[in-house]
Design a protein around this ligand. Structure first.
Ligand code: ADP
Ligand code: ZN
Ligand code: ZN
Length: 814
């Protein structure tokens, strides 16, 4: 009998063999979702291979959920690679690649029986009371609501026939949506209305006849009913009499119904840089080669235009494309441009879409109705076949890394791998490429394409990058007695733009939870001598600690550099700055954009649109204001405190700050008016700031790469972060210690730091410890993953309540 290898969609890291019953043989293909018995449960799994290895006691597959397999052969291999490389279960990756709400699963549900409880009290009594009050409950819910509900207690209640535990199947919560369409039956014309008596019936026939004469053979029933005021019963009787035909049509839910249609795209003559880039990309596409390009072009150099043309080539060749953007809400202009060019061939995948919208987009990518997917990191799993081009816009963005839950993948790296498996071309674009991609380009793994100039703007000679002025906050404080957050030069610049009616963007990238100590007078910050990262202040122990290696130092009472006793925790958040603006410029209209003001759907868009329509003079916000915005009226960009990012305890702090400053600076002077950038800092000599101020990417790379090499950080060394967490500090610590000891015993060319209490030692009542594993052997990308997996296997199941999370190539180690 034929069998199939199936991966259940659970964190169990194994592949199981099932029998394929004859009636399911044609559908239980590799990549198809199937329903399987799994222990006491019923689960959804994915067939990864068809085999013929009937063994004893194999169970049969119960059902097949797909007509078209959900996973193409390429996606199966890609998800398996992710599981291997990122050290997680294949089932977790498959699950992450599917839209939510589309799987079938069984739950055990507790019901109350008819039998009286006879005044039972204690925990058992509470269980019965809950069921009587709220009806049947899943076991998990009962255990969460009431303390001390054990399996044996439930068995006892069941034996006494006070409760009944039943297995119930919850089916997919998301389904296909349909609507009715009407047309006149063959040979029926407007004259048929004469033979009908009801006015509503006549109206329907007349309306359909008129629409048909206008060339609309089928009309939505809802529209016809709205126009005629008739009801669906009237339609039914017309159908029964044979006047009207009614068919059910599937509809595609999209999030665009409320959006205006995008403007028709302008046609540009490409400039020299664009021509060259497209020529190279086109050649690779034409040759059917798999190749990765790094498109390094300053903001406004015309990269998006290149993506669009390359995608057009791809579609003309009959292949499909994926475009990744860091976050849809922050890149509305980019998405609109793609929609303007490719219309309804594009499926936009969006984290704020409803489950139904997402399911429809996914299904029609899978069945070939859409041939372009655009979206954030998870769009890399778009179920397209024959992918020819994958674009990763702003490839340096940290949001491409998934943090929680597993799979903790980096979508850029997955994109490169998928392109390889699809024999496709991958284009990574950025104004400030990551050091990883820069080094890959230097090593010849990626082909570098550069576009160093902005596209000239009509009415001005050249769209130069804006000049950047660095303001030394320490000096401002000492000499000018600065009290608030806005220095004299920044205030004067703001005043000037307000008078001229030009736009202002202020960046205050305050991360609320960074307890970093700094000297208010000279800008000194404590650093770990071994790890080149900032030490953080732990309030509970009143000491400084290195988040990487665990080094502990007392908090000095005076600044070791200048002797000042003004050691302060860092700065003001966006709200404080907003208040200060209101005091200094009471007439200015200010919009704030941060996590607090963008919680609701479309909130970003509303703020940006309002700013675009000049309904505000100043837009202040966190890094959200730095991304992808293109407002011609903005001529001043102010960075309130460039140090916030620089001082994070992260080896990428300088790179992130450099990228952010370059990006936000790119927001000024995009139109015909000249722009200006003012950067406030306590460390004016910092190379990241200095290079950003000169728009000098190459210079920054030249100073940063040797530092990374010296400390063995990426892109030279590889890192894996392992997090241990759970409700009991002792158990978590013991687990972390035992696991780390096992890892050390494995040997290999690695350096192991930890375990250490995590930077944020306790989150949601969970204690956290972590260990950092650093490989010192370049060119062995899989060695570290294998080592960690071997340690996991040897360690076995962690104690109750403790979780071990592995993060390969982490972007942040907080
Ligand atoms: P990037 O993606 O590098 O920021 P864009 O592709 O958005 O650059 O281009 C910046 C602006 O210049 C856009 O408004 C775009 O429409 C326009 N543009 C792009 N290429 C050309 C061109 N060859 N000629 C004229 N305008 C162009
Ligand atoms: Zn000092
Ligand atoms: Zn250290």
């Amino acid at each position: 009998m034929p069998t199939a290898r199936v991966v259940p969609l659970t964190p169990v890291d194994k592949v199981y063999t099932y029998l394929v019953p004859a009636e399911l043989e044609a559908e239980a293909l590799p990549g198809a979702r199937v329903v399987i018995p799994f222990g006491a449960r019923t689960l959804t799994g994915v067939v990864v291979e068809r085999t013929d290895e009937a063994g004893p006691r194999l169970k049969p597959i119960l059902d097949v959920l797909d007509d078209v397999p959900s996973f193409s052969p390429v996606l199966l291999r890609l998800t398996q690679w992710i599981a291997d490389y990122y050290v997680c279960a294949w089932g977790d990756v498959l699950k992450a690649a599917l839209p939510s709400g589309t799987t079938v699963e069984s739950h055990r549900v507790v019901h109350r029986t008819e039998r009286p409880s006879l005044g039972l009290n204690g925990v058992g009594g509470q269980v019965l009371a809950l069921l009587e009050a709220d009806g049947p409950q899943p076991i998990g819910t009962v255990q969460q609501s009431i303390d001390g509900v054990t399996a044996s207690l439930l068995r006892r209640l069941e034996r006494d026939e006070l409760i009944r535990v039943e297995k119930e199947l919850t089916s997919a919560s998301v389904t296909v949506k349909t609507e009715w369409h009407l047309s006149l039956a063959d040979g029926v014309g407007p004259e048929a209305a004469d033979s009908l008596r009801g006015a509503k019936q006549t109206a329907i026939i007349e309306t359909l006849a008129r629409l048909q004469a206008d060339g609309e053979v089928e009309s939505r029933q809802a529209d016809v009913l709205a126009e005629t005021g008739a009801s669906s019963t009237t339609v039914k009787s017309l159908v029964e009499k044979g006047f009207v035909e009614r068919i059910e049509k599937e509809i595609v839910r999209t999030p665009f119904d409320t959006e205006p249609e995008p403007e028709p795209p302008p046609v540009h003559e490409l400039n020299a840089g664009q021509v060259e880039a497209l020529f190279q990309i086109g050649a690779a596409l034409g040759a059917g080669e798999t190749k990765t390009f790094l498109l390094h072009g300053v903001t406004g150099s015309g990269k998006t235009e290149v993506y669009i043309r390359a995608l057009r080539h791809t579609l003309e060749a009959g292949r499909t494309g994926i475009v990744l953007v860091p976050e849809i809400a922050l890149t509305p202009q980019t998405v609109r441009r793609f929609r303007a060019h490719f219309g309804d061939r594009v499926a936009v995948l969006h984290s704020r879409m409803s489950a139904g919208e997402r399911y429809d987009a996914w299904r029609h990518l899978n069945n070939g109705r859409f041939d372009v997917a655009i979206g954030p990191r998870s769009a890399i799993f778009a179920p397209l076949r024959n992918v020819g081009l994958i674009v990763v816009d702003e490839e340096h963005e940290g949001s491409y890394k998934q943090f929680d839950p597993a799979p903790r993948y980096h979508a850029r790296d997955v994109a490169v791998m998928r392109a390889h498996l699809e024999r496709a071309v991958c284009v990574l674009g950025s104004a400030t490429p990551s050091l990883e991609s820069t080094l890959n380009a230097k090593a010849g793994k990626y082909e570098l394409l550069t576009m160093p100039d902005r596209v000239p703007v009509p009415g001005r000679k050249a769209a130069e990058l804006p000049p950047v002025e660095i303001v030394d906050l320490t000096w401002e404080k000492k000499v000018r007695r600065l009290k608030g957050a806005l220095s004299h030069p920044l205030r004067e610049a703001i005043r000037d733009r307000l008078e001229k009616g030009e736009g202002i963007i202020l960046l205050q990238n305050r991360r609320g939870y960074s307890p970093i100590v700094t000297c208010d007078d000279c800008g000194w910050t404590p650093e770990c001598r071994d790890c080149a990262v900032t030490l953080t202040y732990h309030k509970s122990h009143r000491h400084l600690r290195c988040h990487y290696c665990g080094l502990v130092e007392p908090l000095p009472t005076r600044c070791p550099q200048c002797g000042s006793s003004d050691l302060a925790r860092l700065g003001a958040g966006t709200q404080r700055v907003e208040e200060e603006l209101a005091e200094v410029f009471p007439d200015a209209r200010v919009l704030r954009m941060d996590l607090d003001t963008t919680g609701r759907k479309n909130a970003h868009q509303k703020i940006l649109d309002a700013f675009g329509r000049s309904e505000a003079d100043i837009l202040i916000g966190t890094q959200m204001v730095a991304k992808g915005l293109d407002f011609a009226r903005v001529t001043l960009v102010g960075v309130v405190d460039a140090d916030t990012g620089l001082l994070l305890p992260d080896f990428r702090a300088a790179e992130r700050t450099f990228q952010l400053l370059m990006q936000v600076a790119g927001r000024a002077g995009r139109g015909a008016l000249r722009g200006e950038v003012i950067l406030q800092t306590r460390s004016p000599d910092n190379p990241a700031l200095q290079h950003a101020a000169r728009h000098d990417f190459a210079g920054f790379i030249r100073t940063e790469l040797p530092d990374r090499r010296a400390f063995g950080y990426p892109p030279y060394g590889k890192l894996v972060g392992v997090e241990f967490k759970g409700p009991s500090e002792r158990t978590v610590q013991q687990t972390a210690e035992r696991w780390t000891r096992l890892l050390r015993q494995q040997g290999g060319a690695v350096e192991v730091l930890g375990p250490n209490p995590a930077f944020i030692g306790r989150v949601k009542k969970q204690f956290r410890f972590h260990t950092i594993v650093k490989s010192t052997e370049p060119g062995q990308p899989y060695a570290l993953s294998r080592l960690v997996r071997a340690t996991n296997d040897q360690f076995g199941k962690p104690p109750n309540g403790v979780r071990i999370n592995v993060d390969v190539d982490p972007v942040g180690l907080l």
